[in-house]
Ligand binder design. Sequence first.
Ligand code: AMP
Ligand code: ZN
Length: 155
Amino acid sequence: MKPSTGHCIFCDLIRGAAEVSICYEDATAIAFLDIQPVNPGHVLVVPREHYEVLQDIPGDVGAHLYQAAVKLIPVVQTAAGATDMNIVVNSGAAAGQNVMHYHIHLIPRKAGDGFDVPLPFPGSPMPHRQQLDAMAARIGGMLRDPLRSGGKKNG
Ligand code: AMP
Ligand code: ZN
């Protein structure tokens, strides 16, 4: 486990030191209602142990969180009376992560609810195919040569 570098509100919730509304828990994962939901039923799926971002998480824990999310998604969607769902991970401060304890947002959605994840990003240009191919080749090369990638730390 990567120890928390400072105070972590999610670690507080997990050890029962603050109010929390839990909808699912097992030995590895816990899911609770977001305190400031986009829509009713906005759930966070969280590892019990403190990891900041996805690449910090051991592979089996990451897979378990994904399985817990997959189990919860249809139930949360029905409970919330929603038709659709955004599954969001903000990974790192520049990507909008505010709580530095990894979590998966399950955000129930209804048409016209006013929330938006604006993709494709308005005004973003479409690069030439050569630029897309060059980036694909760069990523592929790094995957084949982990020493160049600085990539995944855990199995
Ligand atoms: P992020 O910006 O992706 O790190 O999302 C953090 C989420 O945690 C936000 O949606 C917050 O509303 C939520 N949050 C912060 N504190 C609490 C808390 N005490 N209980 C439940 N959710 C929280
Ligand atoms: Zn934590």
